[in-house]
Design a binder for this molecule. Structure first.
Ligand SMILES: [Zn+2]
Length: 98
């Protein structure tokens, strides 16, 4: 995490980001967290949806895997893989809106 506040990725928002939307990518040898978005509470639903379509459209080479994007709580000074994942938020946002 950079020492300065991270701002929401949604253009014109300007709020500090509280979530990171990222997916685990691997080519079978190395593994990394691919960041799709950083966002504030209010923009989460929109940017999560966008990250999911981006992930779905991603073409993978043979041997590569890319998991569905997850919602991680940003915490200063923590490594990506140590961030807390909010799975219940992901499920709620994936539920079809009636
Ligand atoms: Zn925002």
């Amino acid at each position: 995490m950079p020492p300065y506040p991270v701002i929401c990725y949604r253009p014109g928002c300007g709020q500090p980001a509280v979530y990171k939307i990222a997916a685990r990518w691997s080519d079978g040898v190395t593994e990394e967290l691919k960041t799709y978005s950083l966002c504030c509470e209010r923009c989460l639903a929109e940017l999560y949806e966008r990250s999911r379509s981006k992930q779905a459209a991603c073409r993978l080479a043979a041997g590569e895997t890319l998991e569905a994007p997850g919602i991680l709580v940003l915490a200063r000074g923590r490594h990506d893989f140590q961030l807390v994942r909010r799975q219940e938020l992901e499920e709620r946002l994936q539920a079809p809106t009636v």
